[in-house]
Design a protein around this ligand. Structure first.
Ligand code: C2E
Ligand code: MG
Ligand code: MG
Length: 718
């Protein structure tokens, strides 16, 4: 800009004005109050219309007009509120020097001019003032009457005066901010029961202390030794938390009981350097009686600790006995709800009470037990070596079982237990407890084992589950779930008459995950809903393509997860999808696994009937894998029975297997069902099934599950 002015090396100052300004300051004790007079003096001296001081208000974070002098009749200066912040404004102000001025507003850039004309300015000088090289404010000297030529002497004097005024403003502002800071921190110290004191490293001499301590010890003096002055001791307190500082990341606490006050106190130490760089300790004491009482509560039924108290005590014990090995046990009763339902709550409570009493009898003084809730307990035990602990647990188990057999012979309660051996890197008690619980869950209801130990395989399993849950959505979007087809064979003609759609997950490294690795997780987290419909859609697409090529129609089966049972829209959604690909419903077979028939049977039968009304085929999958009831078969409105592959796993079938299989086949056929055998792996099995009138088979002997393209190719060849 041509008006931009550079203050040249040699300054010309009007000392007369400077003297008058100093004079004003000299006669005003309060700097703050002298401002108005100074501005007036300058304004009158140079015949200006207005002087405005703009500052950045650091407390509220916005620009403000902090002082202003106006000649009579002149309108006040106001800040342009459109500017983002005055700080931006200051920064964008492109100075070559501390000063910007113009002599005639009509001669400046039209865009800039608008802003000045708005303020009635004809000629102007703007000077900035700085703190730590950052502009924190500026002074505007305006002439609103006429254009004017700014003499060098005027500009130099205004520059100097701005610097001078700026210094005063910054000084006053910093002082105010400091006073404010002191006011609020003192308010905290004086109004709270804060017991704080600062001591020197090594000597324990008091450097400072809070107002509350001063009230408690009116004669206390800086320089006295804390243990003598505050605790009336001749040497540092044994429990002083300073001792634990080096171990505990610069913070250490200790709780103690004060019998005089009948209260628990917690004393915390932290360290820091004082203003001279000398190390000092800050000690804070707080009354934690209320807190401890809250977590102190014992379980009303068993008298064991509550979980929160257990966690607090466990944490303290483990820290205190750092030379000992610890393990957490998570214990749960099997089907305790059934005990309550069958024998009543009071009998249930009695069992829990007895269990707690026996458990406590077998604890030593460095060990703990708590009741988490209902029939769940946690123990913290010490051990020499892992086998010794496992033997000890088995031994106590035996004693509990004996006790139960004698006292509750009719109920026969069973307990399962998960063990987690605490590692030095374990910091959070609740996480260690979770691991013991995870081990317990792995055997709950399995009837196989009473005790499970958390080991690396658990860790791997949990990490894998986390991996699966993290990537599932992305995998679905990227089409990483692949649909494989496994052909089904008509045992009479030995030709392909159908196929089952089976999902796979292709990982980024090319590895293929089988459905058993992720479907149970998806059934838990609900993602199975999305995945199944994805598989259904891919399957219907294939079927559509096959039909379009004019091939003989074939039935394709899809697996129905148990989650769909509770989805009232499942059938509608399925119908819509089938319609979208224009597939005749009778070409679609829905496989419902046998285990689904054990829960909510009525609901399932209702759904099956509905699906069959729409023309879908229904099969019972994995028949014979669980507690299948042949009796149930006659009540089930299904079309096909799929005999579970377990029967054919042993490559050579024994006679009993053969009898059972031929029995199932003839019974099912007697009921009008078609029968398919899954997992057929050998020629012998295939022949046996054909001889026994099994209609269809599916298995590696014929075809493995294969990618869609391969399946289409095989169909083309046959
Ligand atoms: P399923 O429905 O009983 O499927 C048959 C399983 O037997 C498939 O295992 C198949 O690969 C396997 N198989 C086939 N022939 C043989 C054989 O000769 N020998 C042996 N040992 N196994 C054979 P896969 O593919 O691992 O699937 C396991 C289970 O995962 C399925 O059992 C099904 O319950 C479920 N699943 C698969 N895909 C889906 C899906 O898209 N949705 C739902 N909800 N479940 C699915
Ligand atoms: Mg199946
Ligand atoms: Mg099956």
């Amino acid at each position: 800009m041509e008006q931009k002015n550079t203050v040249m090396s040699q300054m010309k100052i009007d000392y007369k004005l400077l003297d008058r300004v100093f004079e004003i300051i000299k006669h005003n004790k309060e700097l703050d109050q002298s401002f108005q007079s100074i501005l007036e003096e300058i304004g009158t001296f140079y015949g200006l219309s207005r002087i405005t001081v703009c500052e950045y208000d650091f407390i509220n974070g916005n620009p403000i007009v902090s002082h202003q002098w106006l000649r009579e009749g002149c309108q006040p200066y106001f800040l342009n509120q459109n500017k983002k912040s005055e700080l931006d404004f200051f920064e964008s102000w492109n100075f070559d020097s501390d000063l910007y001025c113009f002599e005639d507003v009509t001669k400046i850039d039209p865009i800039d001019r608008l802003c000045y004309e708005r303020l009635g300015i004809q000629a102007m000088v703007q000077c900035g003032f700085y703190e730590n090289n950052q502009m924190v404010g500026m002074i505007h000297f305006d002439d609103c009457i006429q254009i004017r030529k700014w003499e060098k002497e005027v500009l130099d004097t205004l520059t100097i005066l701005t610097k001078f005024i700026g210094e005063i403003i910054i000084h006053i502002r910093n002082k105010k901010m400091l006073q404010r800071e002191i006011f609020y921190s003192q308010a905290v110290f004086n109004n709270q029961r804060l017991v704080y004191y600062f001591i020197k490293e090594d000597t324990y001499e008091l450097v400072n202390y809070s107002a509350f301590i001063k009230n408690l010890f009116p004669n206390l003096k800086i320089g006295e030794v804390c243990y003598k002055a505050l605790f009336d001791k001749d040497s540092p307190c044994e429990t002083c938390p300073i001792r634990g500082l080096s171990k505990n990341n610069g913070r250490s606490s200790y709780e103690f009981y004060d019998s005089n006050n009948e209260a628990w106190f917690s004393i915390t130490a932290t360290s820091m350097n004082d203003m001279d760089g000398q190390k000092i300790y800050i000690l804070g004491i707080s009354d934690v009686t209320g807190f401890l009482e809250r977590v102190n509560a014992k379980d009303a039924l068993t008298g064991l600790l509550t979980l929160s108290r257990f966690e607090a005590d466990a944490s303290r014990l483990i820290t205190k006995n750092s030379d000992k090995n610890y393990a957490f046990l998570y214990i749960d009763f099997d089907k305790f709800k059934n005990i309550n339902d069958e024998w009543g709550y009071s009998r249930g409570n009695e069992i829990l009470y007895h269990y707690a009493k026996i458990s406590v009898k077998h604890l030593n003084s460095s060990e703990l037990a708590c009741r988490v809730s209902e029939d769940k307990f946690i123990k913290l035990l010490t051990y020499e070596d892992r086998n010794q602990l496992i033997n000890r647990v088995i031994d106590v188990y035996g004693k509990i079982r004996e006790h139960f057999t004698v006292n509750f012979p009719d109920v026969n309660p069973i307990i399962t237990c998960g063990i987690y051996f605490l590692m030095p890197e374990d910091k959070v008690i609740s996480m260690a407890v979770d691991k013991a619980n995870l081990a317990r869950k792995s055997i709950k209801g399995s009837h196989k084992s009473d005790i499970a130990i958390y080991d690396e395989s658990f860790h791997r399993r949990v990490s894998k589950e986390i991996m699966i849950e993290t990537h599932m959505h992305e995998a679905l979007k990227n089409n990483d779930f692949l649909v494989y087809m496994q052909p089904k064979i008509d045992l009479k003609t030995q030709r392909i008459i159908g196929a089952e759609a089976l999902v796979r997950w292709k990982l980024p490294d090319g590895k293929i995950l089988g459905p058993m690795e992720f479907i149970p997780i998806f059934e838990q987290n609900g993602f199975i809903d999305k995945l199944d419909f994805y598989v259904y859609e891919k399957t219907f697409q294939v079927l559509r393509d096959i039909l379009d090529t004019g091939k003989k129609a074939l039935v394709v089966s899809i697996n129905v997860s148990r989650n769909h049972l509770n989805d009232s829209h499942f059938i509608d959604r399925l119908n819509q999808l089938v319609k979208k690909y224009n597939i005749p419903n009778e070409l679609i077979e829905l496989e419902i696994t046998e285990s689904m028939f054990f829960k909510e049977l009525d609901r399932l039968i209702y759904m099956i009937k509905k699906l069959r009304e729409y023309g879908f085929l229904i099969s019972i999958d994995d028949f014979g894998s669980g507690y299948s009831s042949l009796n149930l078969l006659k009540d089930l409105p299904v079309d096909i029975l799929k005999i579970d592959k377990e029967f054919f796993m042993e490559r050579k079938m024994n006679n009993e297997d053969k009898i059972v299989i031929s029995g199932i086949i003839s019974l099912a056929k007697g009921l009008g069902l078609k029968v398919l055998s899954e997992g057929v792996e050998t020629k012998e099995q295939a022949e046996f099934l054909a001889e026994n009138s099994c209609d269809m088979a599916q298995g590696y002997w014929f075809y493995r599950p294969m990618p869609i393209e391969e399946f289409v190719e095989i169909l083309n060849e046959s």
